[in-house]
Ligand binder design. Structure first.
Ligand code: AMP
Length: 209
């Protein structure tokens, strides 16, 4: 099944996509992760993307569309995939229609107040990318999975978070109507806790949890 996870930053797309992908044994294609890796490696794409990401803006469509097109052509995507963070604009969705057949779009619905709280308290492992919330860490500053340092993403800082939410409402939320018109959109409450949200998505996909 070819699935899109749609929703504002902090809605839990990455966390839920990871869980659903391991349950269904399909790859998670996170454009945010691809871009962060490119920045870390200092590639041309990474250098192009950095100023946009740090400011909470979207990287230009032409940069991200080619990356996704190449990734979806790889062998491991033949049995399906979850797109996490793509498309984020109508032109991206229109481009995707030319090289992929999407079966289902899961919209994770979470209120802005909850998103701000989640994002500004989010800490990530510099090495493995595992995510935590400050409220659960009790002062701990290292990763439970690999022991490395936990940091705050530059774009999770307060002023950038508000900008990312505005960008979501202006540029990405129109995709809700786009996929509704195609009869592909399924809305899931993303504020009901990790396990309940996971179960609700699995049910929506018609899969066994
Ligand atoms: P994420 O980890 O999905 O929140 O993405 C982090 C940042 O990467 C976003 O704020 C954008 O700057 C950039 N990004 C990720 N996916 C896309 C996309 N599909 N289109 C444009 N920019 C993107």
């Amino acid at each position: 099944m070819n699935i899109i996870f749609l929703g504002p930053p902090g809605a839990g797309k990455g966390t839920q996509a990871q869980k659903i992908c391991s349950a269904l044994n399909i790859p998670q294609i996170s454009t945010g992760d691809i871009l962060r890796r490119a920045m870390k490696e200092g590639t041309e794409t990474g250098l192009k993307a950095k100023s946009f990401i740090d400011a909470g803006q979207l990287v230009p469509d032409e940069v991200i569309i080619d990356i996704v097109k190449e990734r979806l052509a790889m062998d491991d995507c033949r049995q399906g995939y979850i797109l996490d963070g793509f498309p984020r604009t109508v032109p991206q969705a229109e481009a995707l229609d030319t090289f992929a057949a999407i079966d289902c779009v899961i919209e994770l619905d979470v209120k802005d107040e909850v998103l701000v709280e989640r994002l500004s308290g989010r800490r990530v492992c510099v090495k493995c990318g595992a995510t935590y919330h400050l409220s659960m860490l009790n002062g701990k500053t290292t990763c439970d999975v690999c022991g490395e340092e936990l940091i705050q993403r530059n774009d999770d800082k307060a002023e950038t978070v508000l900008n990312r939410l505005k960008v979501y409402h202006d540029q990405t939320a129109p995709l809700i109507g786009y996929y509704e018109n195609k009869g592909l959109l399924k809305k899931v409450d993303g504020a009901q806790g990790l396990e309940n949200t996971f179960a609700a998505i699995m049910k929506t996909l018609g899969a066994q949890a």
